[in-house]
Design a protein around this ligand. Structure first.
Ligand SMILES: [Zn+2]
Length: 342
């Protein structure tokens, strides 16, 4: 059986704080004298129902983790470790998602907050061989004008090289905020050549996907798994070439599906959707990138050829430069052919 850690892939759905190692979180909390909720440090993955109370619990833990990130050194460490962990799992391209707003108070504003992340992403790319791009993500919980400010900041750093901004996202509780109100921010990002990569169709069903597709014109949808509930909508998603960043462990942790077997991975792929597997928030879901491919193999019975196709889809859905994509795609062929990487 081929080693999934050696399968070259692109990781397109990973959040900055959520990427943290548990040991790093514990260390940062101790350094800053912060008491963490025990659920953040125990061995079990988070498991909540997919309702408002469940999301509140997830958000409370996430906020507690974020509160431990208090300056440039902490931020650089998180990026560096996320990239090192991705490298160990065969990721050749990481598009790490960050909302610089949360860290701005500690470093003098959103501009330095983003520049620290970009600078470390560039350094980590050179060290690890993983090509790292950044997605700047706005929050549904904040005013849409703040999203425009973030989009303008993101636009200034647009590019497909390591340590450049490749996309603009929208995250947090899908039930909050009016999707259409964020359209001007996405228009700014699009004019700068950034990919549109909002979350959608995770907690809410097909109507939410339609809302996001109609207003924000996504190149990729964060999750989008609920598209599977409406064949016409799924057909539209496939026809428009919107890739889906599917995160099985996240879906189960957040109660979107009762078990990994219920995640409609096979249905999405069979319908022709471009699926890029992602880990979302391994800090809370205790499951990293390769584990998502393991789930496809063991739970959904994907053959090695089908797993290679998933990896290819992730690489093609990435915003890496053509040379990087070509190198990674050739690596997938080698993996299938049994050529050991040197
Ligand atoms: Zn996410």
């Amino acid at each position: 059986m081929r080693d999934l850690d050696l399968l070259p892939k692109a990781h397109l759905h990973l959040h900055f704080t959520g990427s943290m190692r548990v040991s790093t979180l514990a260390d940062l909390a101790q350094r800053h004298g912060i008491r963490l909720p025990s659920a953040l440090l125990d061995d079990d993955p988070l498991h909540v129902p997919a309702d408002e109370r469940g999301w509140f619990r997830f958000q409370r833990l996430y906020d507690a983790a974020r509160a431990c990130v208090r300056g440039e050194q902490d931020m650089r460490r998180i990026v560096a470790e996320a990239v090192a962990d991705d490298a160990a799992e065969g990721s050749g391209r990481l598009e790490l998602q960050v909302d610089p707003t949360s860290y701005a108070p500690f470093v003098g504003g959103i501009t330095p907050a983003l520049e620290i992340v970009l600078d470390e992403a560039r350094a980590a790319s050179a060290r690890s061989g993983v090509d790292v791009g950044i997605v700047v993500a706005a929050s549904r919980m904040r005013h849409p004008l703040e999203a425009r400010t973030l989009a303008r900041l993101a636009a200034r750093h647009a590019g497909d090289g390591p340590g450049e901004v490749v996309g603009f996202g929208l995250s947090n509780d899908e039930r909050r905020g009016e999707t259409g109100a964020f359209a001007p921010a996405f228009a700014i990002a699009r004019r700068a050549g950034l990919a549109s990569v909002p979350h959608g169709g995770e907690l809410l069903g097909p109507a939410h996907v339609e809302d996001v597709v109609g207003h924000l014109h996504p190149d990729r949808l964060g999750h989008g798994v609920r598209s599977a509930e409406d064949p016409h909508l799924l057909e539209r998603v496939v026809d428009e070439g919107i890739a889906l960043e599917v995160c099985p462990a996240s879906n189960v942790s957040l109660g979107v599906y009762p078990s990994a077997a219920d995640v409609p991975l096979r249905a999405l792929v069979d319908a022709g959707a471009q699926v890029a597997l992602g880990a979302d928030d391994p800090l809370l879901f205790r499951s990293r990138l390769t584990a998502q491919y393991e789930t496809a193999r063991t739970v959904h019975h994907f053959t090695d050829h089908e797993l290679a196709d998933l990896a290819r889809a992730s690489i093609r859905a990435s915003r890496a430069a053509d040379t990087v994509r070509a190198r990674l795609l050739a690596g997938v062929d080698d993996w299938l052919a049994g050529v050991r990487p040197v």
